[in-house]
Design a protein around this ligand. Structure first.
Ligand code: SF4
Length: 383
């Protein structure tokens, strides 16, 4: 179903469009969404920092210390549980990894360290953060988790933190857009797509405010407590061109199959007729430790989770496939097994897409991290 609300372009949708217009189009079709541990961890950390920055400290002794460690942990635990529930309710999800909570705590601590650094007190232990100091940090927060939308309503972004920058005399020197990042920190410079995302926040802010102070946008990488400033020209003209190009249409947008698009993270392969043909023609089908495939199940033994399958190869441009005689055993386990059995119980017959299966062995393995979906490519003419 095509989304009906007004079309608005976010930086992540823009990036998706630049990677592959068909990927962008498929992401707007209401197809079953996929959850991932890294994204859920990131959301929980973000939310916990936003909560901490909005915590009401009225009536508390300004000199009170040693309150932050427990408070931060309690808030993170609450957000962690919420994320866990959302994760399990998302149709496509791997196993939840409870042991990642330790990492979430580290990332949360990284964000707190960067906030301390913003007020010029780097390296203070959490026990020594007083109520007065936290109130000082809170006083510099202009917005938390704010939605930025251009006046024409075409472009949008969700900023994590908008902070005041104060000079030595205590006067407002500028605005700082701080975007918390729980992923891998850059080496050398920001990735172009992240740089563009940050500039888009900066430039929407500038365009919406007639007399703004100097505005900077930074990626705050919590894993290394490193801050990376976005550099470059205003992006709004390019963003507007991308907005025009990404109008939602009934007809799918063009695909750009290749290593940097399909070979990266595309969540929509089971609905795309093009990657299989590209893999087949480039000789890279089923190559690598973890790879995707389309299979036909001939026999399934639920007690062992073993299936006898036949690989499929493309015979047309629109995702048509035929079994190619390559028969092998596949071990299904964990969530991969559960999802396969549900599919078979629901009466599915025909080809099945398996995503990120272990294929560097005679018996392939489809484990909890894998996608198992009916092979249902949407042709170029649409549905
Ligand atoms: S599988 Fe490849 S071609 Fe198809 S939508 Fe994804 S990235 Fe684009």
């Amino acid at each position: 179903m095509v989304e009906e609300r007004q079309h608005r372009l976010s930086p992540s949708a823009w990036n998706r469009y630049e990677t592959c217009p068909r990927m962008y189009w498929l992401s707007r079709q209401g197809l079953p969404r996929k959850a991932g541990m890294a994204a859920s961890l990131g959301t929980a950390v973000h939310a916990s920092i936003e909560d901490l920055l909005q915590i009401n400290l009225d009536g508390r002794e300004l000199s009170e210390s040693n309150w932050l460690p427990n408070t931060a942990d309690q808030i993170l635990q609450k957000r962690w549980e919420e994320e866990k529930q959302i994760f399990h309710e998302t149709p496509r999800h791997p196993n939840w990894k409870e042991d990642k909570y330790k990492e979430a705590r580290k990332q949360q601590a990284g964000a707190v360290h960067m906030l301390l650094d913003h007020v010029g007190i780097a390296g203070l232990s959490f026990e020594r953060i007083t109520v007065a100091l936290w109130k000082k940090i809170q006083s510099l927060v202009i917005a938390v988790e704010g939605e930025l939308v251009t006046k024409d309503g075409h472009l949008m972004g969700r900023l994590d933190l908008l902070l005041a920058e104060i000079d030595k005399e205590g006067k407002l020197a500028g605005w700082l857009v701080a975007d918390l990042k729980t992923g891998k920190a850059p080496i050398g410079s920001l990735k172009p797509e992240v740089n563009r995302q940050l500039r888009m926040y900066r430039d929407i802010l500038l365009s919406n405010n007639p007399n703004p102070p100097p505005v900077r946008a930074e990626g705050w990488y919590t894993s290394t407590t490193s801050k990376w400033v976005a550099k470059g020209d205003n992006v709004l003209e390019d963003a507007l061109a991308a907005w025009k190009a990404t109008q939602i249409t009934e007809e799918p947008l063009a695909p750009t199959p290749g290593q940097s698009s399909c070979g990266g993270f595309c969540d929509w392969k089971a609905w795309c007729p093009h990657w299989l043909k590209w893999r087949h023609e480039s000789g890279s089908l089923h190559k690598g430790d973890f790879a995707d495939g389309v299979i036909l199940i001939h026999e399934y033994k639920p007690a062992q989770g073993i299936a006898i399958v036949e690989s499929c190869t493309p015979i047309g441009d629109q995702g048509e496939v035929e079994p190619n005689g390559d028969k092998r055993s596949v071990q299904f386990d964990g969530r991969g097994k559960e999802v396969l059995e549900k599919l078979l119980d629901d009466g599915h017959e025909g080809p099945i897409f398996i995503g990120s299966a272990m294929m560097n062995r005679d018996v392939w393995r489809v484990g909890p991290w894998c996608d198992v979906l009916p092979w249902a490519p949407i042709p170029d003419s649409g549905r």
